[in-house]
Design a protein around this ligand. Structure first.
Ligand code: SF4
Length: 363
């Protein structure tokens, strides 16, 4: 990793620490005349003790803290808006110094705390049913901006714990927010290594899921990264014609090619691939769609997550009735597929990706 990549000119050229690995921070300190062992101390404050400012790093000398304050930054974003759903899902709209915004979500449950992270501002894929896709892509997020989202969620969890709410700790990461993660491949993998590192957020790779619309070449590359990540393929349609209609980016990528890449991922990593399928009323949930989806799932030995669509203002797609969703699930199960209708968390806080950002801009 090059140091300059983590400098942000809009942050007065300060080093954005969440985008740096341990070795980089050591080398940077050494080059600037400080002992390398300070790197462990600084990262421990950030990743273990949730420090938001250098001032809090009490085992560092005052002059070093002041120097860090001038030369580095922990949080580059500000929370522009926060919303809480009835089910406890919390969504943050983060604003970066260049004025761009992205979203990050904390999904608490009895057994785990999951952070759903974004990898881009906007999204280039342009799924016809999605708010993020409506405005296209503005820019990639840096590794530091991706890691910072997880740090923000971790602090939210810690704050709740301090207030006596049963919060626990951040246990799972899903890369399912705004953007196509594999279209920002280098920054994504850099961020995931920091999230996974023992000196970083120390979240096991098996607790991390990358959700992609399916870029075959990058899926094969990810399989070779020596990371045991879970992979989720957002299929949304079981035949090429319908998929091209719903997912414009799928134009040049036949489903057969995606199945090959996912099979390669499974064979190389030993990690199962999950198929994500948004249920759109009257669009992709007829009996023949269940049959075709079951064929694909069985070829990949994949589980299927069925997600009832969250309507987006201005788009023509509708949320199916729960009976229809369970009927679709039943059709898959009777063909031997492990399928589940997943609840849509945070429906009342614009939980579909991109909706909070959109509604804020339109306000
Ligand atoms: S559903 Fe996901 S991949 Fe599709 S446009 Fe929205 S953010 Fe992009």
């Amino acid at each position: 990793m090059a140091l300059d990549e983590n400098k942000d000119s809009t942050n007065a050229d300060r080093l954005h620490l969440p985008g740096c690995d341990l070795e980089m921070v050591r080398q940077w300190l050494l080059d600037e005349g400080h002992p390398r062992f300070r790197a462990e101390q600084i990262l421990k404050w950030i990743y273990e003790k949730n420090a938001a400012a250098f001032e809090a790093m009490s085992n560092l000398s005052k002059p070093l803290r002041a120097w860090l304050d001038q030369r580095a930054v922990i949080y580059s974003s500000e929370v522009a808006r926060e919303s809480v759903a009835d089910d406890g899902t919390r969504k943050l709209l983060l604003s970066f110094p260049d004025g761009e915004t992205t979203e990050t979500v904390w999904i608490p449950s009895t057994r785990r705390n999951t952070a759903c992270l974004s990898t881009q501002v906007g999204c280039p894929v342009g799924c016809r049913f999605c708010a993020s896709g409506l405005d296209g892509m503005r820019r990639n997020l840096t590794a530091g901006e991706i890691v910072e989202q997880a740090l923000r969620i971790r602090r939210l969890i810690a704050d709740e714990a301090n207030e006596g709410e049963s919060a626990g700790r951040l246990s799972n990461i899903v890369i399912m927010g705004m953007g196509e993660p594999l279209a920002n491949y280098e920054q994504l993998v850099k961020a995931l290594r920091i999230i996974n590192a023992p000196w970083g957020l120390a979240i096991g790779a098996r607790k991390i899921t990358v959700s992609t619309i399916g870029l075959p070449e990058q899926i094969r590359k990810l399989a070779r990264e020596d990371l045991q990540l879970n992979l989720a393929l957002s299929l949304h349609a079981p035949d090429d014609e319908l998929r091209r209609e719903l997912v414009p980016w799928a134009q040049g990528v036949p489903i057969a090619e995606l199945i090959d890449a996912c099979w390669n991922y499974f064979k190389t990593t030993g990690r199962e691939v999950t198929l994500e399928y948004v249920l759109l009323d009257e669009v992709n949930m007829h009996a023949r769609h269940a049959e075709e989806l079951a064929r694909i799932a069985k070829r990949l030995r994949a589980n299927v997550n069925l997600l009832r669509y969250n309507p987006v203002a201005g788009l023509p797609y509708r949320r199916p009735a729960s009976e229809a969703a369970y009927e679709f699930q039943r059709r898959l199960r009777e063909r031997g597929v492990n399928a589940h209708v997943r609840s849509s968390r945070g429906k009342d806080v614009d939980a579909a990706c991109g909706q909070l950002r959109r509604s804020t801009r339109e306000a």
